[in-house]
Design a protein around this ligand. Structure first.
Ligand code: NCD
Length: 354
């Protein structure tokens, strides 16, 4: 059985297959109308979500399947103290596939270790968001026709923005991709992405401090919201939230055939006038999210007979993870660390340094 916890759980070839199937779904909707008839998707959302949950729901409905679940941890047995491991075991008896969003990093990974059905990570804390990445990839493919030799600008909250982490991991596997990082000092990319993903794979990236510098360079500009809910210091959030605002003046500095993406929700970081620019692809991106989730659900159900991928990293047991957003701070899981770049040990659930 296969799960999607991290975008690199799928090979480049498998991602390609997912994209091709999503494109086939777009062209042949009727062919897939009964593809998941009799199957059930459980949406376990422990954290607020509109588009991701509804996108999963719409995707399963368009495949002819059914959806059950909860959208608020308070209305589930978590409020009675149930572990993610137990919830995953229980839900496996009711559904055929799980999509889980959780504020704690690594929660869907734990679920995948205990579930007997495929688990999809629909966003875990400030860590990863692989289905948003599939959405981004399908959009890039439909808009620009390729993944290689693109310069991707990432702007805003690169520290807590889980969509950014997953997108870099996924795009970094294609030939000639470069990154332009645009973030306030306090919200720069976490070390494990910078060192273990970018440096370890010799990915080219530059850090700039203004959108004006980035605009002429990028083929894709990925705007993100400053993640208010992940800040411990509210004053810091208020100070940083409007650091970068994309407006029509800045768009005028961009390439003619570049595109602007945003996982949404947008707060202030793109002015509404930009929506009228044909290069603003973020609403088309939403629709792609549904198609790619259809492709993903269908494919994971089809792959149910495949072997679960085995852990190949060198692991050691250790003390409790020091990241307060790590699932192991609330779940009685064994604390395991893998050997990363420069012999640094990182938590297998949240990638935080030991
Ligand atoms: C993103 C998320 O949840 O991380 N939203 C989404 O899934 N479309 C981005 C965000 O909340 O800022």
């Amino acid at each position: 059985m296969r799960h999607l916890i991290d975008p690199t759980d799928f090979t480049v070839e498998e991602i390609n297959q997912l994209m091709l199937r999503a494109l086939d779904i777009i062209d042949n909707r009727a062919k897939y109308a009964d593809a998941c008839r009799g199957k059930k998707l459980a949406t376990l959302f422990y954290e607020p979500s509109t588009r991701t949950r509804l996108s999963f729901t719409a995707a399963m409905m368009e495949l002819g399947g059914n959806v059950l679940g909860f959208s608020d941890a308070a209305s589930s047995s978590v409020s009675k103290g149930e572990t993610v491991a137990d919830t995953a075991r229980v839900i496996s008896q009711f559904a055929d596939i799980i999509a889980m969003r959780h504020p704690k990093e690594g929660a869907p990974f734990i679920a995948s270790q205990y579930a007997s059905i495929p688990v999809i990570n629909a966003g875990d804390g400030g860590h990863s968001h692989p289905t948003q990445t599939l959405t981004d990839l399908l959009t890039i493919r439909r808009e620009l026709g390729r993944f290689d030799h693109l310069t991707v600008g990432l702007c805003g909250d690169l520290k807590y923005g889980r969509t950014v982490h997953s997108l870099i991991k996924a795009m970094g596997r294609y030939e000639g991709v470069k990154f332009v990082l645009i973030a306030p000092d306090e919200l720069r990319l976490p070390d494990y992405i910078k060192h273990d993903v970018c440096d370890a794979n010799n990915l080219e990236y530059i850090e700039v401090s203004t959108l004006e510098e980035a605009m002429p360079l990028v083929d894709v500009l990925y705007m993100t919201r400053v993640q208010e809910e992940r800040f411990e210091d509210r004053a810091q959030y208020l100070r940083l939230r409007d650091s970068f605002i994309l407006d029509t003046d800045k768009m005028a500095l961009g390439k003619k055939d570049m595109i602007v993406l945003h996982p949404l929700p947008r707060v202030n970081e793109i002015t509404p006038e930009v929506d009228n620019d044909p290069r603003a692809a973020y609403f088309r991106q939403v629709e792609n999210g549904k198609f790619v989730r259809m492709s993903l659900i269908y494919t994971l159900l089809e792959w149910k007979t495949q072997d679960t991928r085995h852990e190949t990293r060198e692991l050691v047991e250790g003390d409790k993870c020091s990241n307060h957003r790590c699932i192991t701070t609330i779940e009685p899981a064994k604390n395991l660390y893998y050997k990363a770049e420069n012999n640094i040990w990182r938590c297998i659930y949240c990638d935080h340094e030991k």
